[in-house]
Design a protein around this ligand. Structure first.
Ligand SMILES: [Zn+2]
Ligand SMILES: [Zn+2]
Length: 418
């Protein structure tokens, strides 16, 4: 039986890689709760369906080599007749590059409802901003400037994006995408405390997470009292609950959802399948914040690192370690096999040996090697023989190509025959 494939452990962001090993790199991130998306690099994107492209709110360009930016006009074509603006973030020079891409077309038929492309240039010490409004035929606005403080360049309630400048014989951006902390219950902790899950969890979220303290929510949990032969075990601390006036219910099984009413002790008795029975007490919660502090799932927030086209230099390695240490998923270029290390050094790309060292240093949970040189058409899968991930790092494998093969004359000339 083939192994069961599991989703990567992301809650709010869903990474999808839209390129094969030999295709242009294209990391698409869906932000599930918003039904919106981010795109990292934007080379060949003609193979993306319009319904994939339309939710993209922000594009992050590592650098302006063609294979990382030539898809911007395609994005503009899909988005232009929509009022929602789109942001493009890129390294020094990105404003001028985008301006020249847009100047390559005639916009005399532009309309007042067209979208605005906002471009943000990430420099070491400053951020430059300008916009290209569709209603004004994408003519560039005045550039404004602000001091750069910290790495964060984009955020929403569910994720943040940080950027660091690296060296590819020109400035190139590396990115870290981090899920924001979220409300999550550790159901094993709940079980250990003998508290049953139910609709009260939604009320708890409203109270302690969304800060809706003005909403009068009576949070009431059901606590199981486990009866053993000689003693009564009561695992939930009394300090969390108001014990007076609670009602006792005796159950045969766990409810699908905890009852909302606080009706008096109308208990029913029934036997468990194994012949036992369970006493359940409905109890109001004294301190919802303290309860959440005890039962929340405190696993660290997951993250994604994206680096593409960087030289293996001491400065780059130090910057990548500082930005990307311990990411859950590392997407990294691996342009050359070990035998072509000299080519990697000359062009400021990574080879398999470099990526092995980088993975050792960063210890990602998952590693997605990508953006291989097209010269490896016949031996691209050798990459997987040469990669030696550290223990605990799982390699994600891409096919050679995800982009459909281009058409040839013989594919279409049938239609020109009479
Ligand atoms: Zn490239
Ligand atoms: Zn490049």
């Amino acid at each position: 039986m083939p192994p069961v494939k599991r989703r990567l452990p992301f809650r709010y962001i869903e990474p999808v890689f839209f390129g094969g090993l030999l295709d242009d790199p294209l990391l698409f991130l869906r932000i599930r709760p918003l039904k919106r998306a981010l795109l990292f690099d934007c080379g060949q994107i003609a193979h993306l369906a319009k319904r994939v492209v339309k939710p993209i709110d922000a594009v992050f360009i590592t650098h302006a080599h063609m294979d990382h930016i030539m898809g911007i006009p395609t994005l503009v074509r899909h988005h232009h007749a929509s009022p929602r603006p789109m942001d493009v973030f890129g390294p020094p020079g990105i404003i001028e590059r985008v301006e020249h891409l847009l100047l390559g077309f005639e916009w005399n038929l532009s309309e007042s409802n067209w979208f605005t492309l906002r471009v943000h240039e990430i420099r070491a010490d400053r951020l430059l901003h300008c916009s290209f409004p569709g209603p004004k035929s994408f003519r560039r606005s005045r550039v404004t400037e602000e001091q750069r403080t910290g790495r964060q360049i984009w955020s929403c309630p569910y994720a943040t994006v940080e950027a660091e400048l690296l060296d590819h014989k020109l400035p190139v951006l590396g990115f870290r995408i981090q899920e924001q902390p979220h409300f999550a219950i550790d159901y094993e902790k709940l079980d250990r405390l003998g508290i049953m899950p139910g609709e009260w969890i939604r009320d708890l979220k409203n109270r302690v997470w969304k800060g809706r303290s003005n909403v009068q929510v009576e949070i009431e949990v059901e606590v199981e009292q486990r009866e053993t032969e000689n003693s009564q075990e009561k695992p939930c601390p009394d300090s969390l609950l108001i014990n007076s006036g609670c009602s006792k219910i005796v159950r045969s099984s766990l409810p699908e959802k905890a009852p909302r009413s606080r009706s008096s002790a109308t208990a029913h008795k029934a036997d468990f399948e194994d012949g036992g029975e369970m006493a359940v007490f409905q109890q109001p919660v004294k301190d919802p914040h303290a309860l959440y502090g005890i039962i929340h799932d405190n696993r660290p927030c997951v993250s994604i690192g994206y680096v593409c086209d960087v030289g293996w230099t001491a400065d780059n390695v130090a910057a990548m370690e500082s930005l990307l240490k311990g990411v859950t998923l590392l997407c990294s270029d691996c342009t050359f096999l070990a035998e072509d290390r000299d080519k990697a050094r000359a062009s400021y790309h990574l080879c398999t040996r470099d990526l092995n060292e980088l993975a050792e240093l960063l210890a990602p949970g998952y590693l997605l090697p990508m953006h291989m040189s097209k010269s490896y058409l016949k031996k691209s899968f050798d990459i997987y023989n040469e990669l030696r991930p550290p223990e605990g790092t799982k390699i994600l494998r891409l096919p050679k190509h995800l982009v459909p093969a281009p058409l040839t004359v013989s594919d279409v000339d049938e239609w020109m025959k009479t």
